[in-house]
Design a protein around this ligand. Structure first.
Ligand code: TXA
Ligand code: MG
Length: 330
């Protein structure tokens, strides 16, 4: 079936449409036919494909221009459905009970009888699963009645999209429909927690602070394997890079730079200044991070200077993203 037939009257490939009952039904039809739909989650926008359809999943890699070895998160409507895809253990049960639906992804052993495409595992014997909290994501999963593979809906190496417009900018013409559910509330990707070993291992800091995860799961190790053999390949050095160079820990700013500020007293003199949080609120800063990086990523700026961000709570995840974005380009 041609995607134009499914998108219906007035619908052309790559359209942004407000998410409502009709557009979600249309999105489900597009996905069922093996095409791609971008949709909002509480963390960032996802580029979704039917996770049981290898070709559809392959189309994600193609659309993103993403290295093949990056495995994908499988989105499910509830814990029950997750138990059909992965082998659940006690820690996983506890984590799911406390944090799902929400910005937490669990890496667990694949079940031998799962229908999920192996491409989602990218050569590993594990699968990353998540139950998103956003009502549009939930409605889409219900309408589709299949698991959804979805990385962040940006071209590989780009900044994660937190609005429908970001998706359109980054994936222009390479996604069949974009469901607009407004800006993402969390604004950072999900925390990725590997529960395949004896102790939980945090592969990617994200929407749930490590301390909060530890409150439920006990002590959590952080992934120190990234340099040589990254267990979470999405954390490769320059993964989150904007086009312009980033200058971190900036306490003053040059007139040809953009300033990504934090707190009540940013230095004056930048060409453009955006403040992650005037009140120094780390959660507000996380929600603004990718949108502001997008906005400041303009060749008119020699660089984006970023003020120091405290490491507390979501600050660790923000700084992880910023260090990655500032890393030398591959
Ligand atoms: O918030 C999010 O997680 C968003 C929304 C759309 O759900 N998705 C997202 O997906 O950020 P993506 O593909 O951009 O990042 C997924 C991360 C990558 O770092 C990837 O390497 C890791 O999860 N990952 C996925 N499957 C894995 C697996 N089986 N083992 C280890 N890491 C895995
Ligand atoms: Mg991503």
């Amino acid at each position: 079936m041609n995607v134009k037939d499914i998108t219906g009257a007035g619908g052309t490939a790559g359209d942004i449409v407000p998410a409502d009952g009709a557009s979600i039904a249309r999105a489900a039809a597009i996905l069922r036919a093996g095409h791609l739909v971008a949709f909002p989650t509480e963390t960032v926008y996802g580029l979704g494909a039917d996770a049981t359809n290898d070709r559809a999943v392959a189309a994600i890699f193609e659309a993103k221009g993403r290295p093949r070895f990056n495995p994908l998160i499988v989105h499910l409507p509830n814990f029950e459905q997750a138990t059909n895809c992965v082998q659940i253990n006690e820690l996983a049960r506890a984590a799911a009970e406390r944090f799902w639906p929400g910005p937490l992804t669990l890496v667990l052993p694949r079940r031998a009888d799962t229908q999920i495409s192996y491409l989602c595992s990218a050569g590993l014997d594990t699968l990353a699963v998540r139950v998103p909290g956003h009502s549009v994501a939930q409605d889409l999963l219900a309408a589709l009645d299949r698991p959804l593979a979805a990385p962040s809906a940006n071209a590989s190496g780009g900044v994660s999209p937190t609005t429908a417009a970001h998706v359109a900018d980054s994936l222009d013409g390479r996604v069949d429909l974009i469901l607009d559910g407004g800006p993402c509330a969390v604004g950072l990707e999900s925390s990725v927690l590997d529960l395949t070993g004896g102790r939980p291992l945090l592969l990617r800091p994200g929407g749930i602070p490590k301390e909060e995860l530890e409150g439920t799961l006990g002590s959590i190790e952080e992934d120190s394997s990234q340099e040589d053999a990254p267990r979470s390949p999405g954390r490769l050095a320059s993964h989150y890079a904007p086009g312009q160079p980033l200058r971190l820990e900036a306490r003053e700013v040059n007139p040809d730079e953009a300033l990504l500020a934090f707190g009540p007293a940013p230095p004056a003199g930048a060409r453009t200044t955006l403040n992650l949080s005037q009140n120094g609120d780390i959660v507000e800063a996380a929600a603004n991070l990718f949108a502001m990086l997008h906005a400041l990523d303009d060749p008119r700026h020699a660089a984006i200077a970023v003020m120091p961000i405290p490491e507390r709570g979501l600050g660790a995840a923000i700084n992880d993203r910023l260090r990655r974005a500032a890393a030398p380009r591959e």
